[in-house]
Design a protein around this ligand. Structure first.
Ligand code: KG4
Ligand code: ZN
Length: 356
């Protein structure tokens, strides 16, 4: 089946064509238009995002079809992100997808944005398939999941406050780096020399046991406060310029250690040897390397860590089309009443149950 995917949940207008079935998808084309304008405001402005999607959605879709070398009437289904995200932004994609599906008389399917992130890596590597442990780390979410099969998700942990990407963005702001700050922190951390300040690993200590509420959960607001104090102290001493890279590195090390240790805990507890990363923070090479090192240490040479390339890690319509293929194969289609929702729990959640 040939699916057109549409993604407008935040500040990327994206369309993609993916061909395949429930088990495997191949990418035919992907167009992503990032709204640069939000940089001026240091964060996404919802009203501006919706207006920018309105202008971009038709030309972005046309380009995706032309890159795939297909005509409009060769689309066999339309998949669109309908939750979670900025409602005004989502509505642009949902309305566009509905009209297109109706005019072509093809099925329409609504896709949960985070389920899309789960499927992204499979487009690049067919081995990134269940069972696996998943760590989804984006600007709005931090989710640790056990995935016994596509469509069955055991939610093990989430963040109690800031998302991992949000922590990167806020730290970048404190260090005077542009928005969104994740890649700037990564680049700056790589230049650090000399002693690296050590920040406490949030919600990570040896006394934690499976069943403890903090065993798989995350919290990054304390780390952000620790960075704020370090930045202020450096400012008072007039040494911030010299210390900036070290602070970036210290922050990144602390955050990455927590993400890696907890992902590997989950993999060991559920007997998985594969860990799949997704979301914008999965672009971070230091994170991927740390997860891989921890996994090899705890699981052995069988351990495999998958992370999508940058275009598929950050928000894109290819992952939406791919998840849509899976949902369509199960006969799940939406009617003209498909709506957009700011929040929605992941479909197919199963009780976390015992470590089996
Ligand atoms: O998945 P995504 O594109 O959008 C959301 O659904 O939120 O993720 C965006 C987030 C931003 O917080 C950005 O700073 C972060 O991903 N990010 C990174 C890197 N590249 C993007 N964080 C750390 N290291 C990176 N290289
Ligand atoms: Zn996302």
């Amino acid at each position: 089946m040939r699916v057109l995917g549409i993604e407008t949940s935040c500040d990327e207008t994206s369309a993609a064509v993916v061909e395949g079935d429930a088990a495997h998808g191949s990418l035919r084309s992907l167009v992503i238009l990032s709204q640069d304008v939000h940089r001026v405001f240091g964060g996404v402005v919802p009203e501006i995002a919706s207006r920018a999607h309105l202008t971009a959605i038709a030309p972005v879709t046309r380009q995706a079809l032309s890159d795939a070398g297909i005509r409009r009437d060769e689309i066999e289904a339309v998949a669109v992100t309908n939750a979670p995200g900025l409602v005004g932004a989502l509505l642009v994609g949902v309305s566009f997808a509905k009209s297109l599906a109706a005019s072509l008389a093809v099925p329409l399917v609504g896709v949960h944005h985070m389920e899309g992130h789960l499927f992204a890596t499979e487009l690049e590597d067919a081995d990134a398939a269940p069972p696996f442990t998943a760590l989804l780390v984006s600007g709005g979410h931090t989710l640790l999941l056990d995935v016994p099969a596509w469509g069955r998700y055991r939610l093990l942990g989430a963040t109690r406050d800031d998302a991992a990407g949000e922590a990167f963005d806020k730290t970048a702001k404190l260090l005077g780096l542009p928005y969104p700050g994740g890649r700037h922190i990564e680049a700056m951390a790589a230049t650090a020399t000399g002693a690296i300040p050590r920040f406490a690993r949030p919600m990570l200590h040896g006394g934690q046991r499976p069943g403890d509420s903090d065993y798989y959960e995350f919290s990054f607001s304390g780390l952000k406060t620790a960075i704020l104090h370090a930045v202020r102290a450096a400012e008072r001493q007039g040494t911030l310029d010299a210390e900036r890279a070290g602070i970036a590195r210290g922050f990144q090390d602390a955050l990455i250690d927590t993400l890696a240790e907890k992902s590997v805990r989950a993999a060991v507890a559920f007997g998985r040897n594969r860990i799949v990363l997704g979301g914008g923070v999965a672009c971070n090479r230091a994170l991927v390397a740390r997860v891989a090192a921890c996994a090899t240490e705890a699981i052995g040479a069988d351990a495999r860590v998958f992370a999508p390339g940058p275009r598929l890690a950050t928000d894109n319509a290819a992952m939406i089309a791919r998840a849509g293929l899976f949902r369509l194969a199960r006969g799940e289609t939406a009617g003209p009443d498909l709506n957009a929702y700011a929040t929605m729990s992941l479909p197919g959640l199963v009780p976390d149950g015992a470590a089996a």
